[in-house]
Design a protein. Structure first.
Length: 200
């Protein structure tokens, strides 16, 4: 699966949002990318422009390419119930995202690398597909070699990890405890704009 390998700060600056959890390491967040600053007049964005930016932000936040993200949106549109909640449910249930949410990695790119390097077990079996979808009751654990990685062992030493309510974690293992709720998502993402963008 293709993935973005260019400058990450540039993407965060374009969306005015820390997409990769760099925190204080992220510089010039308020300045749009480009050698000479923003181009053109500073008019408020159109409805289409606002929806496009929200779509780009969410897509980049989860580290997806356009084709895969559009496929997830299409699946959410066909589902029953609230489409926005369904979309979040699909994205959050990806294995790379769950590894990140459990606090086993500092960022989604790092979590994705851990999965592809075969450091993650799902229900006791090694899985190396970042897009693998988890269900309620599935367990996610790190293998012994992963827990010996200095950065990972430092994260595991945190006795009070900031884990969302739909997950439960104990040491180097976690479980999908319940279905995701909209209030579990703390990031400022307007899923309604994204659904409207793809519903044109």
């Amino acid at each position: 699966m293709a993935r973005y390998t260019g400058p990450k700060d540039r993407l965060s600056r374009r969306e005015n949002f820390d997409l990769f959890g760099k925190g204080a390491k992220l510089t010039r967040l308020a300045q749009t990318p480009g050698m000479h600053g923003p181009k053109g007049s500073m008019r408020a964005p159109s409805q289409y422009g606002r929806q496009l930016r929200e779509k780009q932000k969410m897509k980049r936040f989860y580290g997806l390419m356009e084709r895969q993200f559009a496929k997830y949106v299409e699946e959410a549109l066909k589902s029953r119930g609230n489409t926005g909640n369904a979309l979040f449910g699909i994205l959050e249930s990806r294995l790379d995202n769950v590894v990140y949410r459990l606090g086993f990695a500092k960022s989604r790119p790092q979590a994705r690398q851990m999965v592809t390097h075969r450091h993650v077990l799902v229900n006791g079996k090694r899985v190396n597909i970042p897009s693998y979808r988890l269900k309620i009751g599935d367990t996610v654990a790190l293998n012994q070699s992963a827990m010996e990685i200095p950065n990972v062992s430092k994260l595991l030493a945190n006795k009070e990890p900031d884990v969302p309510g739909w997950l439960k974690r104990k040491a180097g293992a976690g479980v999908i405890a319940r279905a995701l709720k909209r209030e579990d998502i703390k990031e400022m993402i307007n899923e309604s704009d994204i659904i409207e963008f793809y519903s044109r």
